[in-house]
Ligand binder design. Structure first.
Ligand SMILES: Nc1nc2c(c(=O)[nH]1)N=C([C@H](O)[C@H](O)COP(=O)(O)OP(=O)(O)OP(=O)(O)O)CN2
Ligand SMILES: [Zn+2]
Length: 123
C-alpha cells in the first residue's frame, strides 16, 4: 500500500548552462509529494501523517522554503532537487513496516518529475 502527503515550498533558482529564460534568477512555488510504501502497523497506520509532516518539515522544507536553491545544488533542476529530497528523507523514513518509495516534484502546474530509489545510487 502507498501513503502520500503533499507539501509546498517557495524558492528561487537559476539554471546554469541553459540558453533560455530559466538561466535568469526566478522563483517557483514547488509542489512536493512524498510517498511511502508499506503495510499498516498494529495501530492501523503505515506512518502517522503528522510524523511525516514533521520529518519533511525538518529535513526538507526548513532548508528549501524561501531559499536560493543554487546555494544547495549548483544546477537546481527539478530532477536534481527531487534526488536531493529523496536522499535527505530516506534514512529518516526507514520503519519495520514501511520505507520511502518516491518523491514527486512539480516545478510548474503541468511539469513534474518522479524520483525513485533506483534513481538515487547511494540511497
Ligand atoms: N527537464 C527540465 N526542464 C526544465 C527545468 C527542469 O528543472 N527540468 N526547469 C526549467 C525552468 O526552471 C522552469 O521550470 C521554467 O520552465 P518553463 O516550462 O519554461 O516554464 P513555464 O511552464 O512557466 O513556461 P511558460 O511557457 O512561460 O508558461 C525549464 N526546463
Ligand atoms: Zn525554474
Amino acid at each position: 500500500m502507498l501513503l502520500c502527503r503533499d507539501f509546498k515550498f517557495d524558492a528561487a533558482h537559476n539554471l546554469i548552462h541553459y540558453h533560455g529564460k530559466c538561466e535568469r534568477l526566478h522563483g517557483h512555488t514547488y509542489h512536493l509529494r512524498v510517498t511511502l510504501e508499506g503495510a499498516p502497523d498494529a495501530e492501523g497506520m503505515i506512518c502517522d501523517f503528522a510524523e511525516l509532516k514533521k520529518i519533511v518539515g525538518e529535513l526538507v522544507l526548513s532548508k528549501l522554503d524561501h531559499s536560493y536553491i543554487n546555494d544547495i545544488l549548483p544546477q537546481p533542476t527539478a530532477e536534481y532537487i527531487s534526488m536531493w529530497i529523496f536522499r535527505a528523507l530516506d534514512g529518516a523514513l526507514v520503519r519495520e513496516n514501511c520505507r520511502l518509495s518516491e518523491v514527486c516534484l512539480w516545478e510548474t502546474e503541468g511539469s513534474f518529475v518522479v524520483c525513485r530509489r533506483e534513481d538515487v545510487k547511494d540511497a
